[in-house]
Ligand binder design. Sequence first.
Ligand SMILES: Cc1cc2nc3c(=O)[nH]c(=O)nc-3n(C[C@H](O)[C@H](O)[C@H](O)COP(=O)(O)OP(=O)(O)OC[C@H]3O[C@@H](n4cnc5c(N)ncnc54)[C@H](O)[C@@H]3O)c2cc1C
Length: 328
Amino acid sequence: MKIALALLFHRTREGLRLTRPKAQMPMQYYEPNFIGEALVVLDRFGERAKVLAGGTLLGPHLRVNPDAADALVNLKRITELSEIRLDGDALLVGALATARSIARDPLVTIHAPLLAAAASSLGAPQLRTVATIGGNVLSTHHAADMACALLACDATATVAKLDDEVLTVPVGQMLSPAFAGLRAGSLLAGFRIPIAVESVDRKGRPLQGRPLPRLSAFEKMQTRQAFELALVSVCASVRRQPDGGVAEARIALGGAAQTPIRAIAAERAMAGGDMSDARIARAAHAAADVDAEPCDDDRASAAYRRQLVRTLVTRALISIRRTIAEGA
Ligand SMILES: Cc1cc2nc3c(=O)[nH]c(=O)nc-3n(C[C@H](O)[C@H](O)[C@H](O)COP(=O)(O)OP(=O)(O)OC[C@H]3O[C@@H](n4cnc5c(N)ncnc54)[C@H](O)[C@@H]3O)c2cc1C
């Protein structure tokens, strides 16, 4: 949070001031204690209000565009937005949960290991301490790590509005290029990740006679490890049949299209089959040549990203196969 505040404020003799040209109206700053309070402020200022979470993206944006908002609503006091807990057959992760807390939470490591792996890969430790999962999804960056993991987990987002209406939106829909962003006056409250609670005991061990737990692998390629977004990332998970075959595969790609996407053709190539080299190769080719629609940019060419998709999908599926062979 310190990083974000330093980007937004400057020190004067009287104390801290929001960084804004003097001629303009001062930006109003709010720290509500409850979701309802935040929604009242957001409703009052409409399009002219900005929600501040970790501030790793909003901070630099407001520094360059100081007149982009009339009100800043810092969510840090709303403790329920940082909660991570089980609710029946789902894991609930508050929008304000940081990458660091997600990576370390035992509930996440047991029930949504892909999300834990994606969170722990994000940026550097300083960034993980402040960067939130809500901000990551709303950044709509094509290589947003936690967004990609949520997509592979079939998660839904919960959006709160002043009229007590709570909207549930599939994360896939929220990440689609057609999504117009959250309506003014609304707040992203958190995510609901479906889990097979009944299939594992408290320590994550499979229970006798119950469906086998989903196995997953996260792969990421970046030019350097800290302070750099992925060129391409892959979140893969497999639900097995008792005979060792694949009942269902979920594969999400980051950095391979305009937004994080599900690799539907690759998932179909894996479903109902075994985990042989040939099938894995077919799935990797499908991901690279059918699902991926990468762009050229100053960090990598589209052709290179396509090759990375092929390599990382192969690696992820082989890693899952190895886990199965080790007796998971
Ligand atoms: C140096 C550097 C390295 C990075 N490395 C990575 C990386 O490896 N992987 C990766 O995925 N990302 C990376 N990022 C991007 C960024 O840090 C993450 O996407 C982060 O999770 C954004 O979250 P935040 O809490 O800082 O969002 P903020 O900057 O606070 O907010 C981002 C946007 O979302 C809105 N918002 C946030 N929360 C809510 C809410 N609850 N309701 C409504 N609106 C909301 C804000 O108004 C703003 O428009 C990096 C960024 C930097 C600067």
